[in-house]
Design a protein around this ligand. Structure first.
Ligand code: GDP
Length: 196
């Protein structure tokens, strides 16, 4: 995918009253600190389009980016900071559920998990939300630079089993700049589908 343009459009706290043109969209989600912002920047070959977090508890917003004037990348708020009040967690869940159900022309959601860890309760909850809303799903095992070959192979199987995936997650590392082409191939296959 040649990136001709990538620009921040706007942020939402709720998907209701969304007045944007209904272009195809790919959403990105994952536990806070999983490397989501870095991965989106890597896909777009931009250094700082999406602000990397560092700061737990930043505002829970759905951020929309327009790519090549033809489709959206949607950066969903990261989940799973410790010490977040139940009320905030519930708000997050509701916001994401509404997004998955109501965002027009959502083609697929990319869920990032950290390759080093068993998927957490929150990763599983998110997977369940996707299943309930019958959305297409791409799973990425991120930070693959952190493990050796054997570790990667073990973890891919474990993550696939625990998340109930039909095929192993895609591998990605922003640090090593690997996995970008494979992820674009997958994203493209969803952007090209007419059904949505
Ligand atoms: P976000 O909270 O999910 O948006 O995560 P960020 O993109 O802000 O990254 C969180 C932390 O993980 C930062 O310290 C990044 O430098 C680091 N990080 C991101 N991607 C990778 C990666 O592929 N490998 C390694 N080792 N670290 C990464």
């Amino acid at each position: 995918m040649k990136i001709i343009s990538a620009e921040y459009i706007k942020s939402f706290t709720t998907v209701r009253n969304n007045d944007l043109p209904h272009l195809p969209a790919i959403a990105f989600s994952g536990r806070s600190n999983v490397g989501k912002s870095s991965l989106i920047n890597h896909l777009l070959l931009r250094k700082k389009l999406v602000k990397t977090s560092g700061t737990p508890g930043k505002t829970q917003l759905i951020n929309i980016f327009l790519i090549n004037s033809s489709f959206y990348f949607v950066d969903l708020p990261g989940y799973g900071f410790a010490n977040v009040p139940i009320r905030v967690k519930e708000q997050w869940k509701q916001m994401i559920e509404d997004f998955l159900q109501e965002w027009p022309n959502l083609r697929a959601t990319v869920q990032l998990v950290d390759i080093r860890h068993r998927p957490s309760r929150l990763d599983l909850d998110f997977r369940d939300l996707i299943k309930q809303t019958k959305q297409s799903h791409i799973t990425v095992a991120n930070k693959s630079d952190k493990l050796n070959k054997k570790g990667i192979s073990t973890q891919l199987k474990e993550i696939q089993k625990l998340l109930g995936l039909q095929k192993p997650p895609l591998l990605h590392s922003t640090l090593q700049k690997t996995g970008r082409e494979e992820l674009w191939t997958e994203i493209n296959s969803y952007l090209k589908t007419d059904s949505c």
